[in-house]
Design a protein around this ligand. Structure first.
Ligand code: AMP
Ligand code: GLY
Length: 423
């Protein structure tokens, strides 16, 4: 079977790695990939947003299955377009993708279907947002509040403000950081307290199959300090959610979400990612994503034992309920290695040393994100997040230990990473 993976990050490397393990896959293409992906897939120089060119490529190359990594092509309607062309593709359709591409759409959806989430208000201008805050709807001037740009903002559209004056500053700066279009509508939210957990699931429009729960580390600095990033590291471990918590999430969030999507006319098929806060009042949804997380995917897919092609077929034939999906027991840890200056101004073009030494380590997979090859064929840095050093082990401490031992082998000028992933 010929597969096309769309995207170029660590998530897409992990998807290509999983497809490469399948006996059923004869060839993998990746548009547009990175240097690490290039070792297991043929790179195709088409941007993920260029949906027409991708569809033409898939037809001409007789691609039998396409898997979409990121949110942008989904929001642009790649799945609808491919299906119109008779091509098999895994991902959310354009309407379902609004659960991620518009935070106000997602909040209205949750309110309509009784899905637990933070109290919210929607504003159509910065002035309107400031007036809502001053009305006291989110508490007095000392109360924390969360400000969100409505549109896709690559992780930069959320400000958790400690008090009202910080919130008002945040509202003013929002359109500068994420662009006027993404910040045209602003969502204000009550600030929730609790543990954060990500629960990602395969969905086929009727059935769902949750993956091991994961925890991202979004801030650049140790101890969760500094600006938000795309994610600096992830752990997966069953202890992140107790059996009771998982059941509560399924009953109060997963089932109502899938039922709501169906009754609103967009049965959810593809990957659904719940960003959850475990509050004293139970689990609440912070956000929906309609795709795999990055770096969550790295830490999750290293534990997948079932053939990913079989899962994709079950999604396609709406028979996920008949497939038993196996996960490697234990835990995993992914430590992201980033360049100097990330997330503001990432320095690139430095040679990455020590990758060959990692091959000697057991139960380690290195996923590439922003990498390229120089003229000598060596790996160089080409983006903010560069590598995801991913380890599995029987327990979390073992996985953390293994991951950091491998991290010690790797070096380049200005390399930065968090030393507290999972701790
Ligand atoms: P989002 O992209 O909506 O998940 O927001 C990014 C991050 O902001 C989340 O992972 C949380 O850490 C934080 N966040 C978002 N919404 C809230 C909220 N209502 N209360 C507290 N923290 C939040
Ligand atoms: N790591 C967070 C995300 O992919 O949205």
């Amino acid at each position: 079977m010929k597969i096309l993976v769309i995207g170029s990050g660590g998530r897409e490397h992990a998807l290509c790695y999983s497809f490469a393990k399948s006996q059923r896959v004869s060839k993998i293409f990746c548009a547009s990939g990175n240097a690490g992906i290039g070792e297991i897939a043929e790179l195709v120089a088409i941007k993920p947003e260029d949906i027409n060119a991708l569809a033409v490529f898939a037809v001409e190359n007789e691609i039998e299955l396409t898997f979409v990594g990121g949110e942008t092509p989904l929001a642009l309607g790649i799945v609808d377009e491919f299906e119109t062309c008779g091509l098999k593709i895994i991902g959310a359709g354009k309407r379902a993708a609004q659960l991620e591409s518009s935070k106000s759409f997602a909040k209205d959806f949750m309110a309509r279907h009784g899905i637990p989430t933070a109290k919210f208000a929607t504003a159509n201008s910065a002035e309107n947002a400031a007036a809502i805050l001053k009305s006291g709807k989110f508490g007095d001037e000392n109360a924390p509040v969360v400000i969100k740009a409505d549109g896709l903002a690559a992780g930069k559209g959320v400000i958790v403000a400690k008090n009202r004056s910080e919130a008002i500053e945040g509202i003013k700066s929002l359109s500068e950081t994420v662009g006027t279009q993404a910040a045209e509508t602003i969502v204000l939210e009550e600030c929730l307290l609790g543990r954060e957990v990500s629960l990602i699931m395969f969905c086929d429009g009727k059935n769902f199959a949750p993956m091991p729960p994961a925890r991202d580390h979004k801030r650049i600095g140790e101890g969760d300090t500094g600006p938000n990033t795309g994610g600096m590291g992830v752990i997966t471990d069953s202890a992140l959610l107790s059996a009771d918590e998982l059941e509560q999430i399924v009953e109060t969030i997963v089932k109502p979400t899938l039922k709501g999507a169906e009754s609103d006319g967009f049965p959810f098929s593809g990957i659904l990612f719940l960003g959850l806060m475990m509050t004293p009042d139970g689990a609440k949804v912070l956000e929906y994503n309609v795709r795999f997380g990055d770096p969550e995917t790295q830490a999750i897919l290293v534990r997948l034992e079932t053939d990913l092609v079989d899962i994709c077929e079950a999604i396609h034939t709406q028979s996920l309920d008949k497939l038993l999906i196996d996960w490697k027991e234990g835990s995993s840890t992914c430590v992201v290695l980033a360049t100097e200056g990330y997330p503001q101004n990432a320095r690139t073009g430095d040679r990455i040393d020590g990758l060959e030494n990692v091959l000697k380590h057991d139960e380690i997979v290195v996923f590439h994100a922003g990498t390229a090859n120089n003229e000598a064929g060596e790996f160089i840095t080409a983006g903010g997040r560069v590598l995801g050093i991913t380890a599995t082990a029987r327990n979390l401490n073992g996985a953390i230990h293994r991951a950091y031992k491998a991290v010690n082998e790797i070096e380049w000028r200005g390399m930065q990473y968090r030393r507290d992933i999972g701790k």
